[in-house]
Design a protein around this ligand. Sequence first.
Ligand code: NAP
Length: 485
Amino acid sequence: MHHLNDAQLLKNFSYINGSWHSSASDIAVNNPATGKLVAKVSNAGIAETELAVKAAKGAFKAWAAKSANERATLLRKWFDLMMANQEDLGRILTLEQGKPLAEAKGEIAYGAAFIEWFSEEGKRVYGDTIPAPAGDKRIVVIKQPIGVVAAITPWNFPNAMIARKAAAALASGCTFVVRPATQTPLSALAMAELAERAGIPAGVFNVVVGDDARGMGKVLTEHKDVAKFTFTGSTAVGKLLISQCAATVKKVSMELGGNAPFIVFDDANIDDAVAGALVSKYRNAGQTCVCTNRILVQEGVLAEFTEKFVAAVKDLSLGDGLTEGVTIGPMISAQAVSEVKKLIDASINQGAKLALGDDETTLGASFLVPSVLTGVTNDMPIANNEIFGPVSPIISFKEESEAIAIANDTEFGLASYFYSRDIGRIWRVAEGLEFGMVGINEGLISNAAAPFGGMKQSGNGREGSKYGLDDYLEIKYLCMGGLDK
Ligand code: NAP
């Protein structure tokens, strides 16, 4: 019914210790574009989560003992299978998440790229030797896999948020348990099916699907056999999970919310800035953590930028992600639409103007017409909240220092962007922005080779790049003494 080339990729059970587990009740996975049922998935809970941790613990020694080359060969097979099944995986992703098929296939390639990258990077987990303070001693540093890794991931990138973590964990020699978001478990389960086909041993990669976020989350954050916890999601939930990890002093990585500024200076190439803002804001219907949240435009180019940007946003084609030509899909749910509408209305009440987007759509309650608000100030709700929807607030500024101050005036510090052709300004602004990632004349910044992560309340740790392995490794110092005897 879903036109998959390989129907076996649509799975309905949690994947624990190399087998598929059914539970007493089911979760319905619905298509956000149509509201129709895509699949039912067995609803696992605390017991299955404990089982998955046990399986990961049981598999750890043997997986860690494999050479980096052996792990790389298996990970490479997993990557190859994901790419060979990109069309089906993309279709499953669109069905459960809503993004246009081309974007969904892009996410599969993006997620797979992390598996490819870390399969190679795992071979370069170098240690160190350090000159010792005494002649009869030697200092040697080795790095070892930390152990069982537990992960909780969100619905906005149902494949890539798992791949980014699992790839680094497995390449380092760790075993892995993930609880995907309740709304989007199918992409995670399809990854498990392909991991099995790739020959990744039982217990190394486990997926537990269930709607008891709190209960399952407690197991994953509090279990004594989990050595490391990694989360991608909202800052509010991240804070709670950090506190739950405290009792067992787990190493944690947090990829949390953002409030990205996108600054357009007078000297920018305006057409490039419009294209960059469009992709950075409206990709995934504005539901990415690195989405532009506030567009700051210098007064001299405000009219030109706004006119061109509104025209470009008008050209987006809203609809079901499986329909040919659609460039922007539904939001995840009708409730998500009404949350964003509240931010728009509250900001209009405070003086913002709707330059685009007041048209009603007949597509359904989970669709929001791409919108642009002008005359916004940084204290309005649309600017000081993470919007997570297809709305662009435009804020004007006079001076460079004012732009940096407005940009940094948020508790978040994930992604930021600015457009300028002035080399001095580029350095000043890049160094002045308090964000983990800065796109300079570029609106799409994430790839497997680069360190992804945030400052301030956007989290800690980095995913991707050579730095991404550190989160899954322990540094061990060997002090060798008595060498003069
Ligand atoms: P969320 O509400 O924090 O949910 C994320 C995950 O946490 C889901 O799996 C959810 O399960 C689970 N969860 C919720 N409450 C929990 C609890 N008390 N204990 C354990 N687990 C719990 O976030 P979201 O709204 O789905 O996702 C959007 C957020 O993620 C945004 O803030 C976005 O910026 C952030 N994000 C960050 C990055 C990054 O790399 N920095 C990337 C993508 C998204 P259920 O599905 O069952 O609710």
